[in-house]
Design a protein around this ligand. Structure first.
Ligand SMILES: [Zn+2]
Length: 328
Protein backbone atom coordinates (compact mmCIF):
# COMPACT_ATOMS: atom_id res chain seq x y z
CA UNK A 1 0.00 0.00 0.00
CA UNK A 2 3.00 2.31 0.17
CA UNK A 3 3.10 3.76 -3.30
CA UNK A 4 1.16 3.53 -6.48
CA UNK A 5 2.14 1.67 -9.58
CA UNK A 6 1.31 1.67 -13.23
CA UNK A 7 0.23 -1.38 -15.21
CA UNK A 8 -0.29 -1.07 -18.96
CA UNK A 9 -0.50 2.68 -18.62
CA UNK A 10 -3.26 2.54 -16.02
CA UNK A 11 -2.51 4.23 -12.70
CA UNK A 12 -3.44 1.91 -9.86
CA UNK A 13 -4.92 3.63 -6.86
CA UNK A 14 -3.57 3.08 -3.40
CA UNK A 15 -6.44 1.90 -1.25
CA UNK A 16 -5.19 1.17 2.26
CA UNK A 17 -8.73 0.88 3.63
CA UNK A 18 -9.58 -1.95 1.25
CA UNK A 19 -6.26 -3.64 2.07
CA UNK A 20 -7.25 -3.86 5.72
CA UNK A 21 -10.96 -4.57 5.24
CA UNK A 22 -10.08 -7.44 2.88
CA UNK A 23 -8.55 -9.17 5.89
CA UNK A 24 -10.30 -7.77 8.94
CA UNK A 25 -13.91 -6.85 9.70
CA UNK A 26 -13.10 -3.40 11.08
CA UNK A 27 -10.57 -0.65 10.63
CA UNK A 28 -9.68 1.21 13.82
CA UNK A 29 -9.19 4.96 13.39
CA UNK A 30 -7.02 7.02 15.74
CA UNK A 31 -8.52 9.40 18.31
CA UNK A 32 -8.10 13.13 18.83
CA UNK A 33 -4.71 14.70 18.35
CA UNK A 34 -5.34 18.20 19.68
CA UNK A 35 -7.15 16.96 22.78
CA UNK A 36 -4.23 14.73 23.61
CA UNK A 37 -1.75 17.55 23.08
CA UNK A 38 -3.81 19.63 25.52
CA UNK A 39 -3.89 16.80 28.04
CA UNK A 40 -0.11 16.63 27.82
CA UNK A 41 0.19 20.29 28.69
CA UNK A 42 0.55 21.96 25.30
CA UNK A 43 -1.19 25.29 24.82
CA UNK A 44 -3.65 25.14 21.93
CA UNK A 45 -5.41 28.48 22.45
CA UNK A 46 -4.45 29.59 19.00
CA UNK A 47 -6.17 29.92 15.65
CA UNK A 48 -3.69 27.43 14.25
CA UNK A 49 -4.71 24.83 16.86
CA UNK A 50 -2.55 21.68 16.59
CA UNK A 51 -0.70 23.22 13.64
CA UNK A 52 0.94 25.52 16.18
CA UNK A 53 2.58 22.49 17.81
CA UNK A 54 3.57 21.25 14.37
CA UNK A 55 5.51 24.45 14.05
CA UNK A 56 7.03 24.43 17.51
CA UNK A 57 7.16 20.87 18.86
CA UNK A 58 6.69 18.27 16.13
CA UNK A 59 8.07 15.47 18.30
CA UNK A 60 5.09 15.85 20.65
CA UNK A 61 2.76 15.08 17.73
CA UNK A 62 4.89 12.19 16.58
CA UNK A 63 4.71 10.66 20.05
CA UNK A 64 0.89 10.87 20.02
CA UNK A 65 0.73 9.16 16.63
CA UNK A 66 2.93 6.41 18.06
CA UNK A 67 0.75 6.09 21.14
CA UNK A 68 -2.39 5.73 19.01
CA UNK A 69 -0.76 2.96 16.98
CA UNK A 70 0.21 1.30 20.25
CA UNK A 71 -3.40 1.68 21.45
CA UNK A 72 -4.54 -0.23 18.37
CA UNK A 73 -5.18 2.32 15.61
CA UNK A 74 -4.86 1.09 12.04
CA UNK A 75 -4.20 4.61 10.82
CA UNK A 76 -2.89 7.97 11.91
CA UNK A 77 -4.61 11.20 10.93
CA UNK A 78 -1.97 13.87 10.38
CA UNK A 79 -1.83 17.25 12.13
CA UNK A 80 -2.75 19.11 8.95
CA UNK A 81 -6.43 19.71 9.74
CA UNK A 82 -5.89 23.39 10.32
CA UNK A 83 -2.54 23.68 8.52
CA UNK A 84 -2.97 25.74 5.39
CA UNK A 85 -0.74 27.94 3.31
CA UNK A 86 -3.02 30.93 3.98
CA UNK A 87 -3.10 30.26 7.74
CA UNK A 88 0.67 30.04 8.01
CA UNK A 89 1.07 33.12 5.79
CA UNK A 90 -0.82 35.10 8.45
CA UNK A 91 1.98 34.08 10.83
CA UNK A 92 4.58 35.43 8.45
CA UNK A 93 5.64 32.15 6.86
CA UNK A 94 6.48 32.13 3.16
CA UNK A 95 4.59 29.80 0.85
CA UNK A 96 7.60 27.48 0.72
CA UNK A 97 7.88 27.39 4.51
CA UNK A 98 4.16 26.70 4.82
CA UNK A 99 4.34 23.82 2.36
CA UNK A 100 7.34 22.38 4.20
CA UNK A 101 5.40 22.54 7.46
CA UNK A 102 2.31 20.89 5.97
CA UNK A 103 4.57 18.15 4.63
CA UNK A 104 6.17 17.76 8.04
CA UNK A 105 2.79 16.62 9.36
CA UNK A 106 2.90 13.65 7.00
CA UNK A 107 6.57 12.87 7.52
CA UNK A 108 6.32 12.66 11.31
CA UNK A 109 3.28 10.39 11.08
CA UNK A 110 5.16 8.10 8.68
CA UNK A 111 8.18 8.11 11.00
CA UNK A 112 5.97 7.17 13.95
CA UNK A 113 4.34 4.39 11.92
CA UNK A 114 7.68 3.02 10.71
CA UNK A 115 9.14 3.02 14.21
CA UNK A 116 6.04 1.24 15.47
CA UNK A 117 6.08 -1.34 12.69
CA UNK A 118 9.85 -1.96 12.80
CA UNK A 119 9.32 -3.42 16.27
CA UNK A 120 8.07 -6.85 15.26
CA UNK A 121 6.39 -7.37 18.62
CA UNK A 122 3.86 -4.75 17.48
CA UNK A 123 2.81 -6.80 14.45
CA UNK A 124 0.86 -9.49 16.26
CA UNK A 125 -2.69 -9.76 14.87
CA UNK A 126 -2.26 -6.44 13.11
CA UNK A 127 -2.14 -4.99 9.62
CA UNK A 128 0.52 -2.44 8.89
CA UNK A 129 -1.09 0.89 9.84
CA UNK A 130 -1.34 3.64 7.25
CA UNK A 131 -1.10 7.42 7.27
CA UNK A 132 -4.19 9.42 6.29
CA UNK A 133 -3.46 13.10 5.72
CA UNK A 134 -6.08 15.35 7.27
CA UNK A 135 -7.80 17.77 4.94
CA UNK A 136 -9.89 19.99 7.18
CA UNK A 137 -12.73 22.12 5.81
CA UNK A 138 -12.36 25.69 4.62
CA UNK A 139 -14.13 26.82 7.80
CA UNK A 140 -11.31 25.39 9.94
CA UNK A 141 -8.93 27.83 8.28
CA UNK A 142 -11.29 30.68 9.16
CA UNK A 143 -11.19 29.51 12.81
CA UNK A 144 -14.51 31.24 13.53
CA UNK A 145 -16.73 28.22 14.11
CA UNK A 146 -17.95 28.09 10.50
CA UNK A 147 -16.39 24.66 10.16
CA UNK A 148 -19.56 23.45 11.92
CA UNK A 149 -21.94 25.63 9.93
CA UNK A 150 -20.83 25.77 6.30
CA UNK A 151 -22.55 28.59 4.41
CA UNK A 152 -19.21 30.00 3.33
CA UNK A 153 -20.64 31.70 0.25
CA UNK A 154 -17.84 30.29 -1.92
CA UNK A 155 -18.21 28.59 -5.29
CA UNK A 156 -17.10 25.06 -5.98
CA UNK A 157 -14.16 26.44 -7.97
CA UNK A 158 -13.09 28.70 -5.10
CA UNK A 159 -13.19 25.75 -2.73
CA UNK A 160 -11.13 23.65 -5.15
CA UNK A 161 -8.57 26.46 -5.39
CA UNK A 162 -8.40 26.58 -1.59
CA UNK A 163 -7.89 22.83 -1.18
CA UNK A 164 -5.58 22.18 -4.14
CA UNK A 165 -2.16 23.32 -2.83
CA UNK A 166 -2.44 21.60 0.55
CA UNK A 167 -3.75 18.42 -1.01
CA UNK A 168 -0.84 18.43 -3.47
CA UNK A 169 1.68 19.06 -0.68
CA UNK A 170 0.27 16.24 1.46
CA UNK A 171 0.35 13.75 -1.40
CA UNK A 172 3.88 14.72 -2.43
CA UNK A 173 5.01 14.23 1.16
CA UNK A 174 3.91 10.59 1.00
CA UNK A 175 0.37 10.57 2.37
CA UNK A 176 -1.09 7.12 1.80
CA UNK A 177 -4.60 8.47 1.61
CA UNK A 178 -6.50 11.66 2.43
CA UNK A 179 -8.86 12.11 5.37
CA UNK A 180 -11.22 14.83 4.14
CA UNK A 181 -12.95 15.42 7.43
CA UNK A 182 -15.48 17.48 9.35
CA UNK A 183 -16.95 18.68 6.05
CA UNK A 184 -20.05 20.75 6.93
CA UNK A 185 -21.60 21.23 3.48
CA UNK A 186 -22.25 19.31 0.29
CA UNK A 187 -20.59 21.84 -2.02
CA UNK A 188 -17.26 21.38 -0.26
CA UNK A 189 -17.45 17.59 -0.56
CA UNK A 190 -18.27 18.01 -4.24
CA UNK A 191 -15.27 20.34 -4.67
CA UNK A 192 -13.00 17.79 -3.00
CA UNK A 193 -14.40 14.91 -5.07
CA UNK A 194 -13.75 16.84 -8.26
CA UNK A 195 -10.27 17.85 -7.14
CA UNK A 196 -9.33 14.22 -6.46
CA UNK A 197 -9.39 13.57 -10.19
CA UNK A 198 -6.26 15.74 -10.46
CA UNK A 199 -4.49 13.21 -8.20
CA UNK A 200 -5.59 9.87 -9.67
CA UNK A 201 -3.34 7.61 -7.57
CA UNK A 202 -4.74 8.70 -4.21
CA UNK A 203 -7.90 7.62 -2.42
CA UNK A 204 -9.74 9.61 0.22
CA UNK A 205 -12.37 9.23 2.83
CA UNK A 206 -14.99 11.93 2.93
CA UNK A 207 -16.44 12.55 6.35
CA UNK A 208 -19.14 15.10 7.13
CA UNK A 209 -20.00 16.75 10.42
CA UNK A 210 -23.62 16.28 11.46
CA UNK A 211 -26.09 18.55 13.24
CA UNK A 212 -28.62 15.86 14.21
CA UNK A 213 -29.59 12.26 13.42
CA UNK A 214 -30.41 13.10 9.79
CA UNK A 215 -28.60 16.21 8.54
CA UNK A 216 -25.04 17.39 7.99
CA UNK A 217 -24.04 20.68 9.61
CA UNK A 218 -25.21 23.01 6.85
CA UNK A 219 -28.57 21.24 6.70
CA UNK A 220 -28.45 18.86 3.74
CA UNK A 221 -29.76 15.31 4.29
CA UNK A 222 -26.78 13.10 5.10
CA UNK A 223 -28.04 10.08 3.14
CA UNK A 224 -28.48 12.23 0.03
CA UNK A 225 -24.93 13.58 0.38
CA UNK A 226 -23.54 10.07 0.74
CA UNK A 227 -25.35 8.91 -2.39
CA UNK A 228 -23.73 11.65 -4.49
CA UNK A 229 -20.32 10.00 -4.36
CA UNK A 230 -21.30 6.38 -4.93
CA UNK A 231 -19.62 6.23 -8.34
CA UNK A 232 -16.42 8.03 -7.36
CA UNK A 233 -13.88 5.20 -7.05
CA UNK A 234 -11.33 7.46 -5.36
CA UNK A 235 -13.60 7.89 -2.36
CA UNK A 236 -12.87 4.65 -0.53
CA UNK A 237 -15.04 5.29 2.52
CA UNK A 238 -17.67 7.80 3.53
CA UNK A 239 -19.14 8.82 6.83
CA UNK A 240 -19.36 11.24 9.71
CA UNK A 241 -17.02 12.64 12.35
CA UNK A 242 -16.86 15.32 15.04
CA UNK A 243 -20.56 14.83 15.77
CA UNK A 244 -22.32 13.82 18.96
CA UNK A 245 -22.32 10.05 19.57
CA UNK A 246 -26.08 10.15 20.15
CA UNK A 247 -26.75 10.72 16.43
CA UNK A 248 -24.32 8.17 15.04
CA UNK A 249 -26.41 4.98 14.89
CA UNK A 250 -29.23 6.76 13.02
CA UNK A 251 -26.77 8.29 10.58
CA UNK A 252 -25.21 4.89 9.89
CA UNK A 253 -28.62 3.34 9.20
CA UNK A 254 -29.41 6.20 6.83
CA UNK A 255 -26.09 5.88 4.97
CA UNK A 256 -26.44 2.12 4.60
CA UNK A 257 -29.53 2.64 2.49
CA UNK A 258 -27.67 4.74 -0.06
CA UNK A 259 -24.10 3.45 -0.28
CA UNK A 260 -22.12 0.27 -0.69
CA UNK A 261 -18.92 2.00 0.34
CA UNK A 262 -17.43 1.25 3.77
CA UNK A 263 -19.02 3.60 6.29
CA UNK A 264 -16.73 5.36 8.73
CA UNK A 265 -17.65 7.06 11.98
CA UNK A 266 -15.45 8.86 14.46
CA UNK A 267 -17.66 11.08 16.59
CA UNK A 268 -16.51 13.42 19.31
CA UNK A 269 -17.05 12.61 22.97
CA UNK A 270 -20.47 14.29 23.10
CA UNK A 271 -19.31 17.62 24.48
CA UNK A 272 -20.01 20.68 22.34
CA UNK A 273 -17.54 23.20 21.04
CA UNK A 274 -17.95 26.87 21.92
CA UNK A 275 -16.18 28.76 19.12
CA UNK A 276 -16.35 32.07 21.00
CA UNK A 277 -14.57 30.69 24.02
CA UNK A 278 -12.45 28.32 21.94
CA UNK A 279 -13.29 25.55 24.38
CA UNK A 280 -15.62 22.59 25.01
CA UNK A 281 -18.80 22.53 27.12
CA UNK A 282 -20.81 19.77 28.71
CA UNK A 283 -19.94 16.27 29.74
CA UNK A 284 -18.88 13.29 27.72
CA UNK A 285 -21.32 10.40 27.26
CA UNK A 286 -21.58 8.30 30.39
CA UNK A 287 -21.16 4.96 28.72
CA UNK A 288 -17.57 4.21 27.77
CA UNK A 289 -16.92 5.73 24.37
CA UNK A 290 -15.10 2.61 23.22
CA UNK A 291 -17.98 0.35 24.28
CA UNK A 292 -20.52 2.61 22.62
CA UNK A 293 -18.47 2.39 19.44
CA UNK A 294 -19.21 -1.33 19.32
CA UNK A 295 -22.86 -0.43 18.61
CA UNK A 296 -21.75 1.59 15.60
CA UNK A 297 -19.86 -1.39 14.25
CA UNK A 298 -22.94 -3.56 14.78
CA UNK A 299 -25.02 -0.94 12.99
CA UNK A 300 -22.81 -1.32 9.92
CA UNK A 301 -19.79 0.99 10.26
CA UNK A 302 -16.57 -0.66 9.10
CA UNK A 303 -14.19 2.11 10.22
CA UNK A 304 -14.58 3.27 13.80
CA UNK A 305 -12.65 5.73 15.93
CA UNK A 306 -12.90 8.99 17.81
CA UNK A 307 -12.66 12.69 17.09
CA UNK A 308 -12.35 15.63 19.51
CA UNK A 309 -12.02 14.82 23.21
CA UNK A 310 -11.33 11.12 22.65
CA UNK A 311 -8.15 9.56 23.98
CA UNK A 312 -5.77 6.64 23.36
CA UNK A 313 -7.66 4.73 26.09
CA UNK A 314 -10.87 4.99 24.03
CA UNK A 315 -9.11 3.66 20.94
CA UNK A 316 -7.66 0.85 22.99
CA UNK A 317 -11.17 -0.27 24.00
CA UNK A 318 -12.32 -0.14 20.36
CA UNK A 319 -9.30 -2.17 19.24
CA UNK A 320 -9.91 -4.79 21.92
CA UNK A 321 -13.48 -5.58 20.79
CA UNK A 322 -12.68 -5.04 17.11
CA UNK A 323 -9.93 -7.65 17.19
CA UNK A 324 -11.41 -10.15 19.61
CA UNK A 325 -12.81 -13.26 18.03
CA UNK A 326 -11.40 -12.43 14.62
CA UNK A 327 -10.03 -15.25 12.55
CA UNK A 328 -6.53 -14.68 11.24
ZN1 LIG B 1 -13.43 16.68 16.10
Amino acid sequence: MNGCWEINGIVEMMNPIASILDRYPANVIAGALATELGRRGHDLKDSLWSAKILLEQPDAIKQIHYDYFKAGADCAITASYQATIEGFAKRGLTKEEAIALIQRSVKIAIEARDEFWNDTSNRVRRSKPFVAASVGPYGAFLADGSEYRGNYGLTQKELMDFHRPRMKALIEAGAEMLACETIPCLIEAQAIAKLLKEFPAITAWVSFSGRDEKHISEGQVFADCVMQFENNAQISAIGINCTSPKYISSLIHAAKKTTNKPILVYPNSGETYDALRNDWDGHPVHESFGEQARQWFKAGARLVGGCCRTKPEDISVIASWARSGMSF
